[in-house]
Design a protein around this ligand. Structure first.
Ligand code: HAM
Length: 418
């Protein structure tokens, strides 16, 4: 393993990509904050129990994907594989249940999962997400889904489809699980070994299997959506009606399985046809039991997360904005006094709000002009033994500046004129 390579499944965010990611952040912030969401940031690691109790012991995430370690004090900590459970933890830790409900929080943070690395699937990746905690109103579900749709639309994500389902409440799910387990047991010999081993622990995952025999068995399996209790069915009907009223197209997918166990009622996923096998751009749902799993009182919640890398892979190409340089400060000669004057001029320009760069590589004057041209500088200030000359790179005109402030004032006038 080379120490000159990022670890497998991770990547460096280089300056060009950083500019594109900023576009995702700006769109998310604008759309979510306009709907009353405020940004939150939790630590990169949590007590391992935060995830074990909520994401679920039987999930791939808890069984094989968590980066768990013991710290110097003997505590088991885990790099967050997701951010919903930490946010519900923070909501209770900071007494947010005392605020007007629901409390609406958004985030942009990295997550860590030890997954098989491939295009669109990484071991450290970034999510934008939104959580509305403290209300079980189905309008929260519909609004939250519409907000993610608006963000994907604004960013030009191609071939977007929305799949929607309801998982009901734990009580209706327990009844349904028994039905499903009976169906799986009756067809046990046709299932993959993996699915057979999980009949007791997680029979729902059978819907997710690629194995041909299992898929065949699942075609005639009972569906949870047909076994919701009356309240859950009504909640789901209202979510659907509101999404319809909001003009959002969706498909009902009774077999939609999310990789986390904390969901109740609404679940959904946005996929993009522009992505390969890792087609999930964003997903989420309602998690009315999550707070209790963490030891807090009953607190309904609803939210989603979307992967920034997948959004960018699925979005239309957009130009990478060039960094702006309005003033390049060049030095003529190698006197200490000129170098200091140039340094101070660049600092003064920046204080006045002018994007300015200083010569830092000991280039000749000709080399400095070449560098200024590379940066597309609007003006070059040449600081020499006799004072400052300011060259307008568009007109080619070069004039002496009486003082550093006068040079900065000229550049500022040029900026506003442009
Ligand atoms: P999730 O579906 O596990 O849900 O992840 C959300 C999104 O994160 C996925 O749709 C995908 O875009 C991205 N993602 C997941 N794993 C990877 C990976 N290994 N590499 C790149 N991108 C990835 C959650 O995490 C829930 N916390 C969502 C939620 C919020 N539910 C309620 N509130």
């Amino acid at each position: 393993m080379s120490t000159l390579q990022a670890p497998r499944g991770t990547f460096d965010v280089l300056p060009e990509q950083s500019a594109l990611r900023l576009a995702v952040e700006v769109a998310a912030r604008r759309i979510l904050e306009a709907a009353g969401y405020r940004r939150i940031e939790t630590p990169a690691f949590e007590d391992t129990d935060v995830f074990r109790r909520t994401v679920g012991e039987s999930t791939d995430i808890v069984q094989k994907e968590m980066y768990t370690f013991v710290d110097g004090g003997g505590r088991s900590l885990t790099l967050r594989p997701e951010i919903t459970a930490p946010i519900v933890r923070a909501y209770h830790e900071h007494g947010m249940h005392k605020l007007a409900q629901p409390v609406k929080l958004w985030y942009l943070s990295s997550c860590f999962r030890y997954e098989r690395a491939q295009a669109g699937r990484y071991r450290q990746f970034w999510q934008i997400g939104a959580e509305a905690i403290g209300s079980d109103d189905p309008a929260v579900d519909a609004e939250s889904i519409l907000l993610l749709a608006a963000i994907l639309d604004e960013l030009g994500v191609r071939g977007v489809r929305l799949r929607l389902s309801s998982l009901g409440t734990p009580a209706s799910r327990t009844r349904y699980r028994e039905l499903l387990q009976a169906h799986l047991r009756a067809n046990e010999d046709r299932l993959s070994a993996d699915v057979r081993d999980r009949i007791d622990l997680n029979p729902l995952r059978a819907f997710d299997a690629d194995h041909p025999g299992t898929r065949e068995v699942m075609r005639s399996a009972p569906l949870l959506l047909d076994h919701l209790d009356a309240d859950d069915a009504e909640h789901f009907a209202t979510v659907r009606a509101l999404l319809g009223a909001g003009g959002l197209e969706y498909e009902i997918d009774a077999t939609l399985v999310r990789g986390l166990d904390y969901y109740t009622r609404t679940v959904f996923e946005f996929t993009s046809d522009a992505l390969g096998s890792q087609s999930g751009v964003g997903g989420g749902g309602r998690y009315d039991g999550l707070a209790e799993q963490l030891g807090a009182g009953h607190t309904p919640g609803m939210g989603w997360a979307a992967g920034i890398e997948r959004i960018l892979l699925a979005a239309e190409e957009r130009p990478v904005p060039e960094p702006v340089c309005d003033l390049y400060v060049a030095v003529a000669g190698d006197g200490e006094a000129e170098r200091t004057a140039a340094f101070l001029l660049a600092a003064e320009a920046r204080r006045a709000g002018v994007p300015a760069q200083l010569e830092l590589a000991g280039r000749s004057v000709k080399g400095q002009f070449k560098q200024a041209a590379r940066l597309r500088a609007r003006y070059v200030a040449i600081v020499g033994p006799t004072g400052i000359e300011l060259k307008d790179m568009e007109s080619g005109e070069q004039t002496p500046a009486e003082s550093p402030s006068a040079a900065v004032a000229t550049v500022l006038r040029g900026r506003f004129a442009a």
